[in-house]
Ligand binder design. Structure first.
Ligand SMILES: NC(=O)c1ccc[n+]([C@@H]2O[C@H](COP(=O)([O-])OP(=O)(O)OC[C@H]3O[C@@H](n4cnc5c(N)ncnc54)[C@H](O)[C@@H]3O)[C@@H](O)[C@H]2O)c1
Length: 361
């Protein structure tokens, strides 16, 4: 199978590309590295089954030759990223999704969308089943992401109804693992970075808000199961084990042996208080469920972070004092190179500004 993966240079996308190659598929990876990192796919470039195109999928999604499936993952995903790139986030969720759907339509290909638990907004029901329609503030700061993904789901479902495109939708809940950027503003990466560099762990609110954390390998198995099916879903893909943010901080402190203290900051606007997926549908229909427990997943993630001490130090400075997710961040992403050539992994800009305390990645 030849699979086009948009956002393949990002955290989840690079793991998906790897998993596809491992099972014998060919991959065409499209990315503009607005939030991704060439390093994520540097080790795949020598594989003849892997092809990379530097492309902004909000402008177009062109792939020469046959395409059997399209996995549309391109989108800023962490709050600092989408708050810094509000219009780009709306564009990739809307025009980018339409471009990716048209590619699938042209090739009669399977299409899967990386949607998000954020489409439930600040949920009024708990835990969240797919039948819940959500509680989203359409004009709040996070709406650029939430509403873009809601539109992406709507247009994907409409392409299935109108054009018969074989669409499947994954609603991904918090996922963590190696290749998260240390200063991307997500709670797992922030805590590990802070613990390993002796900085205080920043907890928003009183720390009783919950999240469910899914290890990346489990999530990628779920995406593959969806890709291989012809189900629309939507499917919640996440770990149903709920943890408070304070609990996570304690696990990270214990695992790293860090003496960092925990500091509390005001809860950001529209930050959901509780999140936990019901995964019965994914279990019954796709035969999928997470297998990696949090201790093992965190152990692998901590090992990855600890292997990059220089990057960690720079990132710790960037998130020092708390990364307020509600403030649009001033630090601009380095403009992406316009060419379609493969950037040299060692020297290419990562699109990440680490110098400013305001930069979230
Ligand atoms: N990681 C999670 O916990 C999580 C949770 C819910 C949903 N998701 C979804 O999964 C997908 C991947 O998330 P991630 O965590 O890997 O984030 P990421 O930022 O690491 O990856 C996103 C990738 O998309 C690329 N991209 C963004 N806009 C683009 C554009 N216009 N053209 C081409 N490439 C573009 C970025 O450069 C990056 O490589 C996203 O769609 C995100 O919304 C992730």
């Amino acid at each position: 199978m030849r699979v086009a993966v948009t956002g393949g240079g990002g955290f989840l996308g690079s793991h998906l590309c790897e998993a596809l190659l491992r099972r014998g598929d060919s991959v065409v990876c499209l990315d503009n590295f607005s939030t991704g990192d060439p390093e994520n796919i540097a080790h795949l470039l020598s594989d003849p089954a892997f092809e990379f195109h530097h492309a902004d999928v909000s402008v177009s999604v062109e792939v020469a030759g046959r395409v059997d499936a399209v996995a549309h993952l391109a989108s800023p995903a962490s709050p600092p990223d989408y708050l810094r790139q509000p219009l780009e986030t709306l564009a990739v969720g809307s025009r980018g999704t339409e471009n990716a759907l048209r590619l699938a339509l042209r090739h009669d290909a399977r299409f899967i969308l990386a949607s998000t638990s954020e489409i439930y907004g600040d949920p009024l029901v708990h835990p969240q089943e797919e039948a819940y329609w959500g509680n989203v503030n359409s004009i709040g700061p996070r709406s650029v992401y939430d509403e873009a993904k809601r539109y992406a789901e709507a247009v994907s479902a409409a392409y299935r109804r109108t054009h018969g495109v074989d669409v499947g939708i994954a609603r991904i809940f918090n996922t963590y693992g190696p290749r998260m950027r240390p200063h991307d503003g997500r709670v797992v990466s922030s805590f590990i970075t802070q613990a390993l560099t002796g900085e205080p762990l920043t907890v928003y609110g009183d720390g009783t808000q919950t999240r469910s954390f899914c290890y990346v390998d489990d999530l990628v198995r779920g995406l593959l199961a969806l890709l291989d099916s012809s189900e629309l879903g939507p499917f919640n893909l996440g770990n149903p084990v709920e943890r408070t943010v304070t609990e996570l901080a304690e696990i990270v402190l214990e695992m790293t042996g860090s003496a960092s203290e925990v500091k509390y900051h005001p809860l950001p606007v529209d930050d959901p208080v509780r999140r936990r997926p019901v995964i019965t549908r994914a279990r019954d229909v796709l035969g999928w469920e997470p297998e990696t427990d949090i201790t093992e997943g965190l152990r692998r993630t901590v090992a990855y972070f600890a292997s990059e001490p220089e990057r960690l130090g720079a990132s710790a400075a960037a998130i020092r004092g708390g990364q307020d997710e509600t403030v649009p961040l001033a630090a601009a992403t380095a403009p992406a190179a316009p060419s379609q050539t493969i950037p040299a992994p060692a020297t290419a800009a990562t699109g990440v500004a680490t110098g400013s305390p305001a930069s979230g990645g």
